[in-house]
Design a protein around this ligand. Structure first.
Ligand code: HEM
Length: 140
């Protein structure tokens, strides 16, 4: 089991090449759009969808800005909002095991649909799992 402590300010290893490998800003935008399209559409992601408001437009922009920096590209999110403080920013939403697992599954499908190399998908999902698990704020 992976016991490393994940903090959102810790850049992913070889982050710059991850941003490039994913196709820079157009690639990350397409990934995020696919992520929210899937969340909106797939029956087994409905608890995750229900935790969001009626519109996903703001979430799309914010996750795009955040992931550009997280993958080692431009820090669009920090420039607009300062430190991500993701755990604190997610406290208004109920996050348990189902929401954590659905977020990671949704991202896995979006990465696969983008044609991302399987080894990179595994590595990114491991890292996202750590972050999503740390954001749980509800038992069960
Ligand atoms: C690794 C996992 C995750 C990452 C990297 C992530 C990232 C983000 C970011 C960057 C924002 C924008 C924060 C802001 O400025 O307000 C956000 C918003 C949000 N996240 Fe997450 N998140 C993750 C997991 C989750 C999970 C598991 C849930 C389940 C409930 C969730 C629900 C939401 C909701 C409801 C919003 C507000 C969207 C809006 O503005 O309309 N997130 N997330």
């Amino acid at each position: 089991m992976n016991t490393r402590v994940h903090t959102i300010s810790e850049p992913a290893q070889t982050a710059r090449s991850i941003f490039d490998l994913l196709g820079g800003e157009p690639g990350v935008r397409a990934l995020v759009d696919r992520f929210y399209d899937l969340m909106d559409m797939e029956d087994d992601l409905k608890e995750l969808r229900a935790a969001h408001g009626p519109s996903l437009d703001e979430a799309r922009d914010k996750l795009f800005w955040f992931l550009c920096g997280y993958f080692g590209g431009p820090d669009h999110y920090i420039q607009r909002f300062g430190h991500p403080r993701l755990r604190a920013r997610h406290l208004p939403f109920s996050i348990g095991e189902a929401e954590r697992d659905q977020w990671v599954a949704c991202m896995g499908r979006a990465l696969q649909d983008a044609g991302t190399e399987p080894a990179l998908v595994d590595r990114l999902l491991e890292s996202f799992y750590g972050v999503a698990d740390w954001m749980r704020n509800r038992a069960g």
